[in-house]
Write a protein that binds this ligand. Structure first.
Ligand code: FPP
Length: 234
């Protein structure tokens, strides 16, 4: 969700105002995913590198995340949106961590949308944490090193319970992944736009989906072999 700061700068307003506008765009996009029947949406809200931003911006973001959780969780639950988080949350303020845990603990029988917020998240840290988990199992004697393969490592990673993402969207003009879901994006279709995150709307999401629908996903295979591969990658 890139471009909040520039959106605010264009209006000669503080960066934090851009983040607030970004939070409104999150609501619009979640709403539209529900309308389109998209079953899973993962939003990169705060990277492990974002801790290095000026203290006042980090503080403002923490307060915004807390306010959003306080104001939105009830409505999200009513709409059968299962909210959860990935990333290292030890550095988040206690009040925020409590809200995150409470939101995650809400049980959903049949969620219409699994909404994952990546907060304190880094793709490399995700891979390292998965490797550590497997090493601990080897040390405990419950896993043999020979059993470690793409499948066991993938199962130890964030989002292991979901199919790999079909589509990655980056706003704000940069053409890079910036340490998002490095492992999980191996065969994901990438879509970039110059539109700044607060300006993202339903029409833009539809444009990305339409572009995605025109793509041929080959998973390294020949045309015709691909449908089986798509099913097997799930
Ligand atoms: C990157 O844009 C954005 C962030 C670091 C924060 C994202 C936060 C939100 C969208 C607000 C609330 C979100 C949730 C899920 C409640 P940037 O600040 O790097 O923009 P710039 O590149 O224009 O400076």
């Amino acid at each position: 969700m890139d471009g909040n700061g520039r959106w605010a700068k264009q209006r000669q307003r503080p960066r934090t105002l851009g983040h607030r506008a970004g939070a409104r765009a999150v609501r619009t996009i979640v709403e539209h995913c529900l309308e389109r029947g998209i079953p899973a949406l993962t939003l990169f809200a705060f990277s492990s590198e974002n801790w290095n931003r000026p203290e006042d911006e980090v503080g403002a973001l923490m307060r915004l995340f807390l306010r959003v959780l306080e104001s939105e969780v009830e409505e999200l639950t009513r709409r059968q949106v299962h909210l959860r988080f990935i990333g290292e949350r030890a550095r988040f303020p206690e009040a925020l961590r409590r809200r995150m845990a409470a939101a995650e603990a809400i049980h959903h029988n049949a969620p219409r949308l699994v909404l994952t917020l990546a907060a304190g998240y880094g793709g490399r840290a995700d891979i390292a944490a998965a490797a550590r988990r497997l090493a601990e199992r080897v040390q405990a004697g419950t896993l043999c090193p020979e059993q470690i393969d793409e499948s066991t490592l993938g199962q130890a990673m964030s989002l292991a319970d979901l199919p790999p993402p079909d589509l990655f969207i980056r706003t704000g003009g940069e053409r890079r992944i910036s340490n998002f879901l490095l492992w999980q994006l191996a065969y994901t279709e990438l879509w970039f736009t110059d539109v700044l995150w607060p300006d993202v709307d339903a029409a833009l999401l539809d444009a990305a989906l339409a572009d995605y629908a025109r793509r041929e996903r080959r998973f390294g295979l020949l045309p015709g072999q691909c449908e089986t591969a798509a099913v097997e990658s799930r």
